[in-house]
Design a protein around this ligand. Structure first.
Ligand code: NDP
Length: 451
């Protein structure tokens, strides 16, 4: 599963070997760390303090992990039990910040990989947020609203003792949207008797920020647009394939259509749709957010579209631009080769770690554009940071104000990644640039703060 190491630095190799020995059963976490450490080689070699103070060894170890039982009663009266997690990874530059994922595939490895990525992502936003992540193997799909509420209440009954507006501020992720955040916030308020910005992604009537719902998808397109323009390209007239049909995918569709692209395929975990005329994001929004139905019902709205069972085939649909917005490791080497053979000019990641190491190697060998998730999907957490600012000020900004700040942040992240890559002799390698730029700020803070 892991790539063959091209890394030579003895210190980085020893950190990785140690981690592999301790975390052998955490493949996603090891994959995320290895990808970052490879990029950090020139940085560690240029500044001996990172090794002397063992900054990397400290950074790959979470400050704290909380695992807990989440018992709840289903609609038939049966007692169910799920497992809850919160990984508080790094607080060097601010309170822990990162989403909660409710999906049957959630385990410690997944939460640790997401938490580790979050450290560097949050650093890239330039806002004062540390890295954390959490979730549960609970599956909200097919559950009634009452069941989801009882689960969220039980989850928060334990989580509330570990979080707070200045300690750890969770948000949404896969399976955690406006409904779940509302139930979680309601329970936190009930137990702690305080109305604070302890969660982001809240509803607008109780402290949420305008444009937070759209932020990850919009931010992804602002980032992609900056990268395309820097390489003499644009969204104009491009065929775009977006995997997933959740929060990130829907609003990536909306923004890339506004920027002149045409979204011709989208998916859910059962299958994908192809509509060469262009998929209207409002139809997907209705199917997914209002009806909570499967994507194949798109054919009820657009009978001329095609539905294919099985989600992985979406990458065989010829396109100019690919935006994976579903889940980790959804583009492997074969899918990457197919995209490249079909003339794809760039892969812009909306989901976290959607490309395997083999896929990334294929993009690099082919010289196509690649936007790594920790930079290109940082718009969600950046806007969560803006929600925290508004909560602290007890003010609400307009949609246009938040959107303009988001656009500025995403363009700034692209510029910072490009500059870091160039400074360390890897011009154009936005993946390495993102890892380096994200790392430097956190590492500097860790050096200042001592052991
Ligand atoms: P949602 O739950 O809203 O949507 C997830 C989408 O991906 C759904 O279409 C879902 O299909 C599909 N999906 C999920 N798991 C799988 C799987 N194992 N195989 C195939 N398809 C799958 O989640 P989000 O849109 O919020 O998140 C999508 C990605 O973006 C995740 O990687 C998340 O970590 C990342 N992200 C999200 C941010 C946010 O602000 N929401 C911020 C930054 C990153 P189905 O409905 O069938 O399950």
């Amino acid at each position: 599963m892991l790539t063959t190491m091209s890394m030579k630095n003895a210190y980085l190799l020893s950190v990785l070997d140690d981690l592999k020995a301790k975390s052998a059963h955490e493949p996603e976490f090891l994959q995320a760390v290895e990808e970052v450490l490879e990029s950090l080689e020139p940085v560690v070699e240029a500044d001996p303090r990172y090794e002397q103070q063992n900054v990397i060894g400290r950074m790959v170890e979470p400050e704290r992990i909380v695992m807990f039982r989440v018992p709840w009663v289903d609609d038939s009266g049966k007692v169910q039990v799920n497992r809850g997690y919160r990984v508080q990874f790094n607080s060097a530059i601010g309170p822990y910040k990162g989403g909660l994922r409710f999906h049957p595939t959630v385990n410690l490895s997944v939460v640790k990989f997401l938490g580790f990525e979050q450290i560097l992502k949050n650093s890239l936003t330039t806002l004062p947020m540390g890295g954390g992540k959490g979730g549960s193997d609970f599956d909200p799909k097919g559950k009634s609203d009452a069941e989801v509420m009882r689960f969220c209440q039980s989850f928060m009954t334990e989580l509330q003792r570990h979080i707070g507006p200045d300690t750890d501020v969770p948000a949404g992720d896969i399976g955690v949207g406006a409904r779940e955040i509302g139930f979680l916030f309601g329970q936190y308020k009930k137990i702690r008797d305080e109305f604070t910005g302890v969660l982001t992604g809240k509803g607008l009537s109780y402290g949420g920020s305008l444009a937070r719902t759209e932020a990850t998808g919009f931010g992804l397109c602002y980032f992609a647009d900056a990268q395309l323009r820097d390489n003499g390209q644009s969204f104009q007239g491009k065929k775009v394939v977006i995997s997933g049909s959740g929060n990130v995918a829907i609003y990536a569709n909306q923004k890339c259509t506004q920027l002149g692209g045409k979204v011709i395929a989208m998916s859910d975990s059962n299958g994908y749709i192809v509509d060469e005329k262009g998929i209207d994001y409002k139809v997907i929004q209705e199917i997914k957010e209002v009806k909570r139905a499967r994507i194949k019902t798109y054919l009820d709205y657009v009978p001329s579209a095609k539905y294919v069972e099985g989600c992985s085939g979406i990458w065989t649909v010829p396109c100019d631009i690919a935006m994976p917005c579903a889940t980790q490791n959804e583009i492997g080497e074969t899918a990457a080769d197919t995209l490249i053979a079909n003339g794809c000019i760039g892969v812009f990641e909306g989901a976290n770690m959607p490309s395997t190491p083999g896929a990334i190697a294929a993009y690099q060998a082919a010289g196509i554009l690649f936007a790594p998730a920790k930079a290109s999907n940082a718009g969600g957490v950046a806007t969560s940071g803006l929600e925290m600012s508004q909560n602290s000020e007890r003010l609400s900004w307009t949609f246009e104000e938040v959107d303009a700040k988001l656009k500025g942040i995403m363009e700034g992240i692209y510029a910072a990644c490009a500059a870091a890559a160039e400074r360390y002799g890897m011009k154009g390698n936005i993946q390495a640039g993102a890892n380096i730029a994200g790392f430097l700020k956190v590492a500097d803070a860790m050096l200042w703060q001592g052991i």
